[in-house]
Design a protein around this ligand. Structure first.
Ligand SMILES: [Zn+2]
Length: 268
């Protein structure tokens, strides 16, 4: 197991609990899964029922906490994650320490399925981008669980991630900080419950690969225009239509491609 995964907030697995705690733990897990029905993982809702049932049987429900590294660059990918709530950032770190977000994963998909599928090392680090929850499954269990009936959807999801990576590579080179900021806010808005996103400008600058003053200027401009409100690391989406108008084409393009491939959308 990846030794850097924060386990303190992880809920106990129903398969690893002691005999004496086994039943209460299973009840707790079942209750939590029922509670999260309205914000469950959309991939698991779409995949054939036999595969989804198998994954729910063998996965552990964990809590996500901000900046928690779930998969680390240069390390084996031991687990995959089906987010139920919240967002996970896929981040690449250059030799000089510069970081750039190259993708996000929420309840529409799986974190860790496109890295290390063949047992190799991850090229990127995946961070939880805020509070949330996810189903955690050992990589060695994921493919057998999907092999009978879920492989087609997994391949479609992998293709959607390659398409998103291509789009964001162009976006990071060609589009302005304001456009990318709006795109990021829309993607986060789709994946977090409600309209508030907890994130410091420093972290957002890291995610967008720009200096913090650039993010501050963009945030102030959007706040003046009434698109967002920002206070002490809490960004609230006030006018989603305005953000759609301010974003580059990349938000809509990636979401449209995802919906075409997967047959469902995460858009609010
Ligand atoms: Zn763009």
């Amino acid at each position: 197991m990846n030794g850097n995964i924060t386990r303190a907030s992880a809920l106990p697995s129903h398969e690893t609990g002691s005999v004496g705690r086994r039943v209460p733990t299973e009840w707790f897990l079942a209750l939590r899964l029922r509670e999260s029905t309205s914000s469950g993982n959309l991939f698991l809702e779409r995949v054939p029922k036999s595969a989804a049932t198998r994954i729910r049987e063998i996965a552990s429900l964990i809590q996500l906490t901000v900046r928690e590294p779930l998969i680390e660059a240069g390390q084996p990918v031991d687990f995959a994650y089906f987010p139920l709530e919240g967002m996970i950032s896929n981040v690449i770190t250059m030799a000089g320490g510069e970081m750039l977000e190259v993708g996000v994963i929420g309840r529409e998909g799986i974190a860790g399925c496109t890295a290390g599928l063949t047992g190799g090392l991850s090229a990127t680090t995946l961070y939880a981008q805020g509070a949330g929850s996810a189903l955690k499954i050992a990589r060695n269990d994921l493919l057998p669980a999907l092999a009978q009936s879920g492989m087609e959807l997994l391949l479609a999801y992998t293709e959607s991630q390659i398409a998103a990576l291509s789009q964001f590579a162009a976006c990071n080179r060609l589009h302005t900080t304001d456009q990318r900021f709006a795109r990021w806010l829309l993607m986060a808005h789709d994946r977090f419950a409600g309209d508030a996103i907890m994130l410091t400008q420093e972290l957002l600058a890291l995610m967008l690969g720009v200096r913090r003053p650039g993010v501050t200027v963009a945030a102030m401009a959007f706040q003046r225009a009434g698109s967002i409100s920002y206070h002490r690391g809490r960004i609230t989406i006030v006018d989603r239509r305005a953000l759609l108008a301010a974003s580059c084409e990349c938000y809509a393009s990636v979401e449209r491609r995802f919906a075409d491939l997967m047959g469902y959308s995460i858009r609010k």
